[in-house]
Design a protein around this ligand. Sequence first.
Ligand code: NAD
Ligand code: ZN
Ligand code: ZN
Length: 389
Amino acid sequence: MKALAWMGKNKVEMVEVSKPKIMEPRDVILKITGSTVCGSDLHLLHGTVVELQKGDILGHEFCGVVDEVGSEVTKFKKGQRVVASFQIACGDCYYCKQKLSSQCEKTNSNTIENAMYGGRTAGMFGYSHFTGGFAGGQSEYTRVPYGDVNLLPLPDNVPDEAGLYLSDVLCTSWHAVVDTGVKKGDVVAIWGAGPIGQMAADFSLINGASRVIMIDQNWRLEYVKERYPNIDTLDFSALSKGESVTSKLKEMCNNRGPDVSIECAAGEYAKGWAHYFEMMLGLETDTSELINEMITSTRNFGRCGITGVYVGFTNHFNIGSLMERGIRLIGNGQAPVHLYWESLLKMIQDKQIDPLKMVSHRVRLEDLDKVYYKFEDKADGMQKVFVET
Ligand code: NAD
Ligand code: ZN
Ligand code: ZN
């Protein structure tokens, strides 16, 4: 079968590999019908997520049709249309019982050392050996462990193009908004106008925000202006001399700043474990400019959430502004998909949200390697793609 594999730093390739087989009684083999590329895949492309191995099959957002089921699968049968969660949860452990599935204790290597050196999450599809080395769904077939837990049936009135985004984007954006505590009347600033930021903006308004300001540059903001007329924008590349995102946001928000700020960009990320030792030895320092910008922009006693993916360590952190002004900084974590996907499916069915607003391109699986590079350059107005398989 065809699959998209990571072949080294900044290199992905379409490869021919054998079709996956049932390995455990709770496995489902899924025939993929749709997948997509996520901002997180760029962290993989860049090789900034550690423990990638040449030939790793990528893709953590996909939907499809059940092809084969293991002997202990009870909820699904061949031919059923489903969407997969990007994280692999066991369904039975301490966190899974609370549907905090991104922290599943069975598929997670959460040792004390891992927590100290930057933390890990549950197993994830197509996300390197850092999260378990599970093959991804940018392929014709994939193996879904704990199929009863990690697949959600798609009703006939929800097409693949809409249902697919329940695997990650919709759950992530909704989680960013509720976890950071957006409430009625809040002014919300969102860094990064990619699909995650766009849906977080939409969800903030649904949750009662009085105003949403998106920070990004150029065409991404044009896309937002066209499709989300109720959202204000701030182009960080068009600031005049002496202006900063922080000063502009204060100006736009009663000289105080937004009540809530959410990072959906990951302007800098992923230094890896080795970096920890480099810092300890005083060999390197780095900055977390975007996080500092978010902290200094937010009004006193406001809340900041980090949804953009960071791995490892950072330095030059503005702890003074955080402490003295009472900023609540929240790591939103990898979003626990299982907590939200059923209610979000209902929101799609009720037409409360329209995930198709994010989708700019439809492509075929065999062209996916080229799509990665376009997505990376943000060329061709590429936003969110639907990969037909
Ligand atoms: P994307 O790459 O499509 O969009 C990111 C946007 O951020 C781009 O438009 C870019 O121009 C903008 N940006 C970069 N630096 C910026 C800065 N300094 N200020 C403002 N904007 C800036 O990505 P996406 O698919 O929308 O995902 C966004 C982030 O969310 C990524 O880091 C991704 O890894 C992360 N993510 C997190 C989870 C989770 O569960 N926590 C899940 C999915 C994605
Ligand atoms: Zn994703
Ligand atoms: Zn679990």
